[in-house]
Design a protein around this ligand. Structure first.
Ligand SMILES: [Zn+2]
Length: 501
């Protein structure tokens, strides 16, 4: 078993090198000796399930990098080869279980998951190969042709990694024992967006997927939400159905569920307010704290995490009593460490990483706390935070600046430093949706805001060059448009939308 995980934003110019895996999480066969995080939860599950059966278990690499641009050619070659080397040494094996992301691209390789699984298949052609994926994956025929079983997280925010790992283990065991013969089918929903599963129509659709798994002959149902900011031919939402030896049943069920999902499209995604509208709404709230998601600078989607567009606007408008984070700025963290806790400091914050970072912001404040080595919870897993600085600016504006690129998952990212979020009027988090559960426990209102930045949630505006442009929400009904060539008019309209952004 092994983990290899990053979600590649091919629009980001920021390379992902081996150092980025070392910074976030890199273990050579020892990941299950650490507390689980989202992408190693599965390994913990598989180890304990296998140990209960007295299986011999070989644990290989666990490598996780915060999303950014493509993984470098050298880093990908080294990570892939480590998994293959450990596998060759362990052969013969009966079952290979992999926790992959599903949206990893490297220099020279658009589909790292299919590439890794094909190499695994070549080493052990008879083994059962089971793959667990984040639901923000590109489900490809190339991957399905090499794996026996593919299962995605069903929940976003992701809180079902362990449940999916259990499911994959059960199915792999049954396949190994000859009880079942899994076959897999995909349906392309022609949708590119983000789908929060904790409310409304998506809540019902996840229940529908689970109910379908109870139908005769159906083994597993996954919705690959897709990862929008990847300029790849296979980006977008796809329905995956695993059936027991009946390909027609798998195909028919994938089409039925995929069309049902498509038919819900107008109920799945809200209209995200822009920054001005979002701040107006926050100011109009009668009580606090209001949580505003700086969605477009979410490092979890490959954005830099050092944009200061929202902070600049807050200062310009004189908004007070705010908490905001996590600002990724290792240089600022170093300056704060040099100055020490209690010091007053001037910082040139953020705006350093790439064009989407915008310009830096000159600020001043008092360094309240500096802490290293803490984590924040994402579901059952504990994700690292690096070194964090709590900076208090005039107007009771509390910033958390850190040196490890990561999104806000949990109020712990602030409160472990001493920032008391319940007293705040406004909390601005760099995150898309993962913060939602833990913050809704303390928020009077949550505003998902289409701020300026690398991962703007208005996915109809993404300037794909390699993906078919016939997708919702860019096109109202892409199935009606199928076969019609994309006209020059629609392309120039897209360019205008891009310009106005
Ligand atoms: Zn995800």
């Amino acid at each position: 078993m092994a983990t290899l995980s990053t979600e590649t934003n091919t629009f980001s110019p920021v390379p992902t090198g081996l150092r980025n895996y070392e910074d976030y999480f890199l273990r050579h066969g020892t990941a299950t000796q650490d507390p689980p995080n989202l992408m190693t939860e599965a390994l913990h599950v598989w180890r304990s399930r296998g140990a209960a059966r007295d299986w011999t278990i070989t644990e290989s690499l666990s490598a996780i990098a915060e999303p950014a641009g493509r993984t470098t050619r050298a880093a990908y070659a080294a990570l892939k080869e480590e998994i293959l080397r450990d596998l060759r040494a362990a052969c013969p094996v009966d079952i290979v279980l992999l926790q992959l992301h599903g949206a990893m691209a490297a220099e020279g390789c658009d589909d790292c998951e299919a590439d890794v699984v094909a190499a695994v298949r070549a080493i052990c052609p008879e083994a059962i190969i089971g793959v667990a994926l984040d639901c923000h994956c590109h489900l490809t025929d190339a991957l399905l042709s090499q794996a026996d079983l593919v299962i995605c997280f069903k929940e976003y925010p992701h809180d079902d990694a362990s449940a999916r790992a259990e499911e994959l283990f059960d199915l792999a065991l049954r396949a190994h024992d000859g009880e079942i013969s899994p076959v897999m089918a995909l349906f392309d929903c022609r949708m590119v967006s983000l789908f929060l599963t904790k409310q409304g129509a998506m809540l019902d659709f996840v229940a529908k997927m689970k109910a379908t798994e109870m139908e005769p002959g159906i083994l597993s149902v996954s919705l690959g939400h897709g990862f929008p900011w990847a300029d790849l031919p296979d980006a977008g939402a796809r329905m995956l159905v695993v059936a027991d030896s009946d390909m027609a049943l798998a195909r028919g069920t994938a089409v039925r569920l995929g069309r049902a999902f498509f038919d819900l499209r107008h109920h799945l995604v809200p209209n995200y307010p822009d920054l001005q509208t979002g701040l107006d709404r926050a100011r109009a709230a009668l009580s606090g704290p209001v949580v505003l998601a700086d969605m477009s600078d979410n490092p979890g989607g490959g954005a830099p995490g050092d944009a200061v567009h929202v902070l600049r606007e807050l200062l310009a408008q004189g908004v007070t009593n705010v908490a905001s984070g996590l600002y990724w700025d290792p240089m600022a963290v170093r300056q704060c460490e040099n100055a020490g806790e209690g010091a007053e400091i001037q910082l040139r914050l953020g705006g350093k990483t790439e064009p989407a970072s915008g310009q830096p912001l000159d600020i001043s404040g008092r360094i309240m706390r500096i802490i290293s080595g803490l984590g924040q919870h994402l579901g059952a897993g504990l994700e690292p935070l690096g070194t964090m600085v709590w900076l208090k600016m005039p107007g009771d504006i509390d910033l958390v600046i850190n040196d490890l690129r990561t999104q806000v998952y949990h109020p712990e990212a602030f409160e472990q430093l001493g920032v008391r979020l319940a007293k705040k009027r406004l909390i601005v988090v760099k995150s898309l949706f993962h913060f939602y559960g833990p913050f809704s426990a303390i928020a009077s209102e949550i505003i998902f805001c289409a701020t300026p930045g690398r991962v703007n949630p208005n996915t109809g505006l993404i300037p794909f060059t390699r993906r078919d442009m016939n997708f919702w929400p860019r096109i109202g009904d892409p199935f009606a448009q199928a076969g019609k060539p994309a006209g020059a008019a629609s392309v120039s309209k897209l360019n205008r939308l891009e310009d106005s952004r």
